[in-house]
Design a protein. Structure first.
Length: 121
């Protein structure tokens, strides 16, 4: 009985997660990317700064806590809030910023933004 209650509580709290591909090109010109399925920041110069916004839609009847983690070569350039609350039946916007170091080499930097969603307590 105790195991069933613990399993039920875990399932109630079990997070769901999403992966968003991220990428930025560092080069000798500035350009943008209108990709709607990934966080592609386009192209910029060393010492450049870019931002993209995405929306978390919560169709559940309870609030969800979204937590974020960036992995890959883009990690040191990316800044995102550690977490956000998506209220029941509403959406919230999240901004990811990329700051290119002054000494960055030209090339493409990629990574993944992991979004973990779970019931907010």
């Amino acid at each position: 009985m105790l195991l069933a209650a613990a399993l039920g509580a875990w399932l109630w709290m079990a997070p769901e997660w999403k992966e968003l591909e991220m990428g930025v090109n560092v080069g000798d010109h500035v350009g943008f990317d209108v990709n709607k399925t990934a966080l592609m920041f386009g192209s910029t110069l060393p010492d450049g700064m870019l931002a993209r916004e995405f929306q978390i839609a919560n169709t559940a009847d309870y609030d969800k806590l979204a937590e974020f983690k960036v992995e890959g070569p883009i990690k040191g350039m990316a800044t995102v809030v550690p977490n956000a609350i998506a209220k029941a039946g509403q959406s919230t916007n999240v901004t990811v910023r990329i700051k290119i170091p002054t000494n960055a080499e030209y090339g493409e930097y990629k990574g993944t933004l992991y979004v973990f969603l779970r019931r907010a307590i």
